[in-house]
Design a protein around this ligand. Sequence first.
Ligand code: ZN
Length: 152
Amino acid sequence: MKKTLSVSAIENGTVIDHITSGQTLRIIKMLRLLNKKLTVTVGFNLPSKRIGLKDLIKIENHALTDKEASEITVLAPEATINIIQKFDVVKKIITSLPPNISGLFQCPNQQCITQKEKIESFFSISQQSRQVKLVCKFCEKAYDRNEVKVAS
Ligand SMILES: [Zn+2]
């Protein structure tokens, strides 16, 4: 029997695989993929030997930059990112956490100056025993990745 893929292959673009379940919509928003009018195909809760259930995003005719790839790592540390040309993987981006991230997330602290004034957010990223923390430059509080909202 012929093996069928859950999500069909793309000719050119980027495949973000092994995304932690629950982070996919946030990643799409963070990368502004829909605003850019890109063709995006998403698979939710696909079986994965490595991480149980995974999500997957395919972006047609768009290669993610190394910076965007490292920003994804903040939300989905296990993600693997491949650049595809003519149905072949031409580049595997080795992701690593960025030292800091600006403008993409909102500080959840109601008292934080970034909530009151139009200031671009800025978080330092730190990792303590597999736990990623985002530390706001302005209120100096540390947040879990799921506590910060993706800025719209
Ligand atoms: Zn803050």
